[in-house]
Design a protein around this ligand. Structure first.
Ligand SMILES: C[S@@+](CC[C@H](N)C(=O)[O-])C[C@H]1O[C@@H](n2cnc3c(N)ncnc32)[C@H](O)[C@@H]1O
Length: 267
């Protein structure tokens, strides 16, 4: 779950692809809420690319761009188109790219997993060219634990305990806007907070679908998590009770998710 916890785990590519699909539907087929239509980026970097799904979609939208997809574990073999280059790297270590190299720097659902996310975010921000865009999409997982019933609170409480011990911040999503704003190098910082109803019973149909997609994704991840961290109290029973509670028709738990984009000043 965290960079401080080697060796890297193989991706659950099917789960990450399904999660990407849920986001894409929410974004009406786009790559996010940032104003990307009509741009002609020449270099894009995707930090924590997972299965490669976002980078692959970016390659379709921007066929003239060179895209670098970075992760500590590779995406499935043969999946990336020719304009996407995979680079194995730990985001908590120095990235071997010059400052101000990329027109678009993107990371989604990555920073809550890394140790010292603020410093990773600061270094990522320096990769953005003047006038380029930084796109960060991140959860506040604690908001989800707090909104749920006792089994959800227990499960997320264990996740938080484990992540705390690894130096990762499960609430990082809600901190992104403040950190990017304080850098002083971005002239526009936009954030949209969405609340994903895991019961799929909110007033917004599109959000409900995304909430159900995220619930499915976490359900799939919960089994391997319980296997890996049972000695830390995240047992199969904790995971099972969490999933049972999540399937109840009165499930009102929701996860806050922050969609942030910022434009680097021209200086
Ligand atoms: C929840 S997945 C999200 C993947 C992808 N961004 C998406 O939205 O589908 C988190 C990703 O972050 C990667 N990751 C976590 N810690 C990392 C680190 N220290 N360095 C590089 N990648 C890391 C994981 O390997 C995983 O692919």
């Amino acid at each position: 779950m965290s960079s401080s916890n080697p060796p890297p785990q193989a991706h659950d590519a099917a789960r990450l692809d399904a999660q990407h699909e849920a986001f894409t539907q929410y974004f009406d087929g786009k790559l996010g809420i940032a104003p990307l239509d009509g741009l002609r980026p020449s270099k894009i970097i995707e930090l924590g690319c997972g299965s490669g799904a976002w980078a692959i979609q970016a390659a379709v939208q921007f066929p003239d761009a060179q895209i670098v997809a970075v992760d500590r574990a590779p995406p499935p073999e043969g999946i990336l188109p020719p304009t996407v280059t995979f680079q194995l790297a730990d985001l908590t270590k120095d990235l071997k790219f010059d400052a101000e190299t990329f027109d678009i720097v993107h990371a989604r659902s990555v920073l809550i997993h890394v140790a010292n996310a603020e410093s990773v975010l600061r270094r990522a921000s320096r990769l953005v060219k003047p006038g380029g865009l930084l796109l960060i999409e991140e959860a506040d997982v604690l908001s989800f634990g707090n909104s749920g019933g006792s089994a959800t609170r227990r499960f997320i409480g264990k996740v938080k305990e484990i992540q705390d011990s690894l130096g990762a911040d499960v609430e990082f999503g809600r901190k992104v806007e403040g950190i990017v704003g304080a850098l002083g190098t971005f002239e526009e910082v936009h954030v949209e907070k969405i609340s994903l109803p895991f019961g799929g019973n909110g007033p917004d149909k599109a959000l409900n679908q995304l909430g159900l997609g995220m619930k499915q994704s976490l359900a799939t991840a919960s089994g391997p998590l319980a296997k890996r961290f049972s000695d830390r109290g995240l047992t199969e029973e904790v995971a099972r009770e969490y999933n049972e509670e999540q399937e109840r028709s009165d499930n009102e738990s929701a996860m806050d998710f922050y969609l942030c984009w910022a434009r680097r000043s021209l200086e």
